[in-house]
Design a binder for this molecule. Structure first.
Ligand code: ATP
Ligand code: MG
Length: 356
């Protein structure tokens, strides 16, 4: 198979882990006889420094003509004082819009090798295996107006939660399709006791459910879902929810596995290349120290193999290699037991690659 992959390393540890995903994919290409071509683009703070914008046009073009996109992370203290439209994070919001990345998928599952780092008791998390499906291009983060105004002569402010019904249907349908290949349960998370948008969300979920008779649908209010996630995470299979609810719940769910450095994500496009990135940010506090955990980025590459290219065996080979290396005791400092020796980013990447 021949594929072109756009690589946007970004800032901070993004630059350190992106190379890990590329070398692991090269190893997969060699072992299974695929030809992956990598093309590099800039995004975030580095792009601001070099080109004066967090998302240069040529990066958008590069992504649009690629078969998939790998992204490291963007941002850092250096750019925090810039005006809003010039922040690295704007590049991220804009690429989601440009590539129509309407869904963010975050698998969260129990990992024996790192379970000790979870703040939750082993019996609570053992066997947990869920997929959070977050709507990514609508809802509260994109609704207009979003601005400061005056009301009765006083300063006031408005943000808007807006959806077209078709946008709600699209994300819920994807959640059901994904649930069909998992444990066949969808939990639709909303705030239907307060928000009109949530009432339409709930109705739409009921309508879509009719097309998936084998999948069980349940509704849960977002405040309850936040509690249930840490009280009894094993009850969940696929969760689907609005942009901001999903932002909060997916970060909360990530705590279950022990470290941010372990979790991959996929952002699904409605009409083009999907984008894969670790859920962690640029972690400026550990940048350049060769201690960042590359696993989240490498597992994101595995999601790419499976989701964009349909290469199940290859994806499983990456996941297996990661598991084997962790079980052999090689761990970066974020997931190592206290007092145990650790390996650096580069060594970890090298071991995973060699295992493949
Ligand atoms: P963002 O706003 O971009 O999401 P953030 O401020 O939420 O960023 P992260 O950059 O995700 O924060 O990191 C939070 C902390 O978690 C970091 O300071 C770092 O110590 C730790 N961390 C994040 N990713 C990793 C990783 N891959 N390996 C080791 N530690 C990590
Ligand atoms: Mg964050």
């Amino acid at each position: 198979m021949k594929k072109t992959i756009a690589v946007l390393p970004g800032d901070g540890i993004g630059k350190e882990v992106a190379g890990g995903a590329v070398s692991v994919l090269q190893a997969i290409g060699e072992r299974f006889g695929h030809q992956f071509t990598f093309t590099y683009g800039s995004i975030g703070g580095g792009a601001i420094d070099a080109l004066g914008t967090p998302l240069p046009e040529e990066t958008i073009e590069l992504c649009k003509k690629s078969d998939a996109v790998l992204l490291g992370a963007v941002g850092g203290p250096k750019w925090e004082t810039l005006p809003g439209h010039l922040r690295p994070e704007k590049g991220l919001l804009r690429i989601r819009k440009e590539l129509n990345l309407y869904a963010n998928l975050r698998p969260v599952s129990y990992y024996a090798a790192t379970a000790e780092n979870s703040p939750l008791r082993p019996e609570v998390i053992e066997g947990a295996d869920m997929l959070v499906v977050r709507e990514l291009t609508g809802g509260l983060y994109f609704g207009k107006p979003s601005e400061r105004t005056k009301t009765d002569g006083e300063d006031s402010v408005v943000d808007t939660l807006f959806y077209k019904k078709s946008e709600i249907e699209r994300i819920i349908r994807l959640a059901f399709e994904l649930a069909e290949n998992r444990s066949k349960k969808v939990t639709s998370v909303d705030k239907a006791n307060v928000l009109e948008s949530s009432r339409v969300w709930r109705e739409t979920a009921e309508e879509v459910a009719k097309d998936f008779p084998e999948v069980k649908l349940e509704h849960m209010l977002v405040d309850n879902a936040a509690m249930q996630l840490i009280k009894n995470p094993k009850q969940f299979d696929v969760l689907v929810t609005e942009n901001m609810f999903g932002d909060i719940l997916s970060d909360e769910a990530s705590v279950l596995t022990g470290s941010l450095g372990m979790l991959p994500s996929a952002s699904i496009s409605s009409d083009g290349a999907h984008l894969y990135e670790p859920i962690h940010g640029s972690a400026p506090d550990i940048e350049g120290k060769n201690i960042a955990n590359p696993v989240a980025m490498i597992l994101s590459a595995a999601m790419m193999l499976r989701t964009s290219f349909g290469l199940e065996e290859e994806a499983a080979a990456v996941e297996k290699a990661v598991e084997q290396v962790l079980e052999s005791g090689s761990k970066t400092s974020d997931i190592a037991k206290k007092g145990q020796p650790t390996v650096g980013t580069a060594e970890m990447i090298e071991e995973i690659k060699a295992t493949i």
